[in-house]
Ligand binder design. Structure first.
Ligand SMILES: Nc1ncnc2c1ncn2[C@@H]1O[C@H](COP(=O)(O)OP(=O)(O)O)[C@@H](O)[C@H]1O
Ligand SMILES: [Mg+2]
Length: 414
């Protein structure tokens, strides 16, 4: 029996898919305690019926409250907790802190901090000879202007521990930088990260690591970059996991990506790295998260390898088990995103899309009438395609984004 506490601060869909997987693994001897700041009623009834124990704390991002919560759950689970796990990116440092306090296995605070602080992460990568963008963490406007002059424009400005490309911008010159610094003035307590702007194509590099051994890696092509999607309202994001990633074009990230995880201190888990290939072929690592990827990537990993990656993650971090699968398919997702303001009224182009590429569709979540417009580049819904032929998936996704159109009720209640 493995006694696992899953920290789920909020009962959000993205996290619940992992919680569902944990519930299914009760059949393999897992006992599950759930720690949340949401009341248990927020969890779907069929799911909460599977929890062996549940405990609510006022603030599930706070290490002290989490520690006390794990102690309570240990009592409810018959005296002990073996693992503390969680998906949410901003939670990772608090989880590491609790593990240290309670002497539980898993990532500890120093490593968790290197994966959360994008400036420190780049310091560590660069000092180990790994390629990444030039950067400076700036606590005042003068530092930021000096970086712009030394590095040259464009630069990227971002919060040092942001997510979802929020408050992340390309800045093309000094005047634009001055505007940004006026709206988001940096201070010692609230610094801003400036980076050299990387031109080229963006990808992810996702791995499964067990006891420091990288057992599996996956590459995802982004089209276009999340930053371009955020800044261009009519663009819909698409991502592709090519079937064959053994070619020389991916050799540099395979080598650098694995070494980056080593120097950052990855022990056991699924990781999500983002990187660029510049037009001259050189690569740069952009950021790394010590958690499974979001945005349907975990679902896509499952389709590419014919296995349930949600369960694979739980088995890995709760039971130290992972069976390396074969990559049999190309898979990809198009994210459906409405333009303008208001609520979703409907979606056009479904029949045509169905006729053209319906045979490639393995999963879809279509935007529903009345749904509020999404604020992220993941939009209001998605379509997942799979085929043995990577180019068919690439082409199919382009058809999805050109044929499907999400309409909003203009002027409707926000
Ligand atoms: N140095 C850079 N050069 C070019 N684009 C960048 C750079 N840093 C970030 N971006 C773009 O901004 C997006 C969000 O930045 P990222 O550091 O990944 O933050 P987040 O944690 O919000 O995902 C990236 O996916 C990429 O498209
Ligand atoms: Mg990112």
């Amino acid at each position: 029996m493995t006694h696992v506490v899953f920290a789920v601060p909020f009962a959000m869909d993205a996290t619940l898919r992992f919680v569902q997987a944990a519930c299914r693994l009760r059949a393999e001897g897992l006992r599950l305690g759930v720690l949340s700041q949401d009341p248990i009623e927020r969890f779907p009834p069929e799911l909460r019926g599977e929890f062996d124990a549940f405990h609510r704390v006022p603030d599930a991002m706070d290490a002290s409250q989490l520690t006390e919560g794990v102690r309570q759950l240990a009592r409810a689970l018959g005296g002990r907790v073996d693992r503390l796990i969680g998906i949410l990116e901003p939670l990772q440092e608090a989880l590491a802190e609790v593990r240290e306090r309670l002497d539980l296995p898993g990532m500890r605070p120093e490593a968790a901090h290197r994966f959360r602080d994008k400036a420190l992460m780049k310091d560590v990568l660069r000092s180990n000879g790994l390629p990444c963008a030039r950067h400076r963490l700036c606590t005042n406007a003068e530092d930021a202007f000096a970086f712009g002059r030394e590095s040259g424009y464009p630069v990227v400005v971002k919060p040092p521990a942001g997510a979802g490309a929020r408050n992340t911008f390309r800045v093309d010159g000094e005047r634009e930088l001055a505007g940004y610094l006026r709206t988001m003035p940096p201070s010692p307590g609230d610094p801003v990260l400036l980076e050299e702007f990387l031109f080229g194509r963006e990808f992810s590099f996702d791995t499964v690591t067990l006891d420091g051994r990288h057992l599996l890696h996956s590459v995802t092509e982004y089209a276009p970059t999340p930053l371009e999607v955020m800044q261009t309202p009519w663009i819909q994001w698409a991502v592709v996991l090519p079937r064959d990633i053994s070619g020389p074009e991916y050799a540099p990230i395979h080598e650098a990506g694995a070494r980056a995880l080593d120097v950052l201190g990855m022990d056991t888990g699924i990781t999500h790295m983002e990187w660029f290939r510049r037009d001259d072929g050189t690569i740069a690592i952009s950021e790394v998260a010590a958690r499974p990827p979001g945005a349907q990537f975990t679902t896509l990993l499952g389709y590419a390898h014919d296995m349930d990656f949600y369960e694979a993650w739980v088995r890995l971090v709760a039971m130290d088990r992972f069976e390396v699968p074969e990559r049999r398919w190309a898979a990809g997702a198009a994210f459906l995103r409405a333009q303008g303001e208001g609520r979703v009224q409907g979606i056009r182009g479904l029949e045509e899309a169905q006729a053209e590429i319906g045979d490639l569709v393995v999963e879809a979540k279509l935007p529903q009438a009345g749904q509020p417009k999404a604020s992220s580049y993941e939009g209001e819904g998605y379509v997942i395609l799979r085929d043995e032929d990577t180019d068919r998936v690439r082409g199919g996704l382009q058809r999805v984004v050109s044929l499907l159109c999400v309409d909003l009720e203009q002027g409707g209640a926000p």
